[in-house]
Design a protein around this ligand. Structure first.
Ligand SMILES: Nc1ncnc2c1ncn2[C@@H]1O[C@H](COP(=O)(O)OP(=O)(O)OP(=O)(O)O)[C@@H](O)[C@H]1O
Length: 346
């Protein structure tokens, strides 16, 4: 499947070719088809060419994975609850932001399934107005190249309550009025790299579309069994939304006998990744989408998971990866989350 030149499959290379030809593309496909892998190649292409791009994702966690920022943070529109016209006027008053909107050649958006249609239309309007040509011509998304990826079968957008008094169900970005005019070519990746077992791939594919066959269900049920965990680490339970994760974590924590140790985040507004100061009224949006929680409650014996890859120091970089699990031991609580401990790593 892969080409020896750059390690991309033919369908991935096709997307890269479109991107190189300055087309606005949306590429999608089931989990494990190499969307993130391809996106990293695309970003590398722009970096080599020194083309000014904005690397964004719908959530803070997704943005961390590609060393980018949230789309909200790039846009500088806070929670984007105001009308597109109001947001546009606000941006015009902020020279740094205005420059960013005008000079970005390519906007990359990862995990687009969580971007709401109404929000996408607002951004399209802002870009179209701000990037009008000298003779007043307007182009979709102001002519900015869009490289968008994600899988609409994965997580849906959070409802935009500012729209129609919150009565409307959230709509996907592809339902935005402007979507069709912005995307020149959608591409569907089909080859699954993550798994090689064809039965498993079929089950995952059917599950994605919500059309599991009886034989799939029987096979999955047949795997149900009590789990042994000899290393002291409990198997992780997966939930689709954060609220269910929080409830499960709270139940586990409550069941531990130790007293609670509470750690509060020391948040302060600084500059964003483009060195533009974050306005105070945007802080709500920044913190809401931030990967780290404002309060962490621990007890001895609590199982914690790292949610970022640690690249320094080198000898720990392979051990401390996104998803690593550990039990908090006696004696660790006093050093946990101390500024000095944090600074050792960053
Ligand atoms: N062309 C390729 N050659 C070899 N391995 C690849 C290739 N493309 C992707 N992979 C590998 O396949 C796995 C899945 O890729 P990736 O995480 O990019 O998929 P994805 O479509 O983004 O999945 P998800 O939707 O779950 O985020 C990764 O381990 C990645 O390194």
């Amino acid at each position: 499947m892969s080409d020896s030149n750059n390690g991309l499959s033919q369908e991935q290379q096709y997307v890269l070719k479109l991107v190189r030809n300055r087309k606005s593309v949306f590429f999608t496909g089931p989990a494990g088809t190499g969307k993130s892998y391809l996106l990293k190649h695309i970003i590398a292409h722009f970096k080599v060419k020194e083309i000014p791009i904005a690397i964004t994702a719908s959530t803070g966690m997704a943005a961390l994975n590609i060393k980018g920022k949230t789309l909200h943070s790039f846009a500088g529109v806070g929670l984007a609850k105001d009308s597109a016209e109001t947001l546009l006027e606000r941006i015009k008053k902020n020279i740094g932001l205005l420059q960013r909107w005008k000079t970005t050649h390519t906007l990359i958006i990862d995990e687009v399934s969580m971007i709401e249609a109404n929000f996408f239309d607002k951004l399209e309007y802002i870009a179209r107005k701000l990037r009008r040509t000298r003779d007043g011509q307007e182009k979709p998304f102001g002519g900015m190249q869009l490289v968008i990826t994600g899988d609409f079968f994965q997580l849906p957008p959070v409802p935009d309550t500012s729209f129609n008094h919150g009565k409307n169900l959230p709509r996907f970005a592809f339902e935005a009025k402007s979507w069709m005019s912005c995307i020149e070519e959608p591409v569907f990746l089909t080859h699954v790299f993550r798994q090689t077992d064809s039965t498993f791939i079929r089950i995952l594919g059917n599950m994605r579309k919500g059309v599991l066959e009886n034989r799939d269900i029987d096979l999955l049920k047949g795997l149900s069994r009590p789990l042994d965990f000899l290393d002291d680490i409990e198997p992780v339970e997966l939930f689709p939304v954060r609220k269910q994760v929080d409830t499960c974590n709270k139940e586990k924590l409550d069941a531990l006998p130790d007293s609670q140790h509470i750690y509060y985040a020391m948040d302060a507004l600084g500059d964003d990744m483009s060195k533009i100061p974050i306005p105070k009224d945007n802080s709500e949006a920044v913190f809401e989408r931030f990967a780290a929680p404002a309060i962490v409650i621990l007890k001895i014996g609590a199982q914690v998971m790292l949610v970022q890859n640690i690249s320094q120091p080198k000898e720990l970089s392979e051990k401390l990866v996104n998803g690593s699990l550990v039990n908090v031991k006696y004696g660790q609580l006093s050093t946990f989350l101390r500024l000095r401990t944090y600074r050792r790593w960053y």
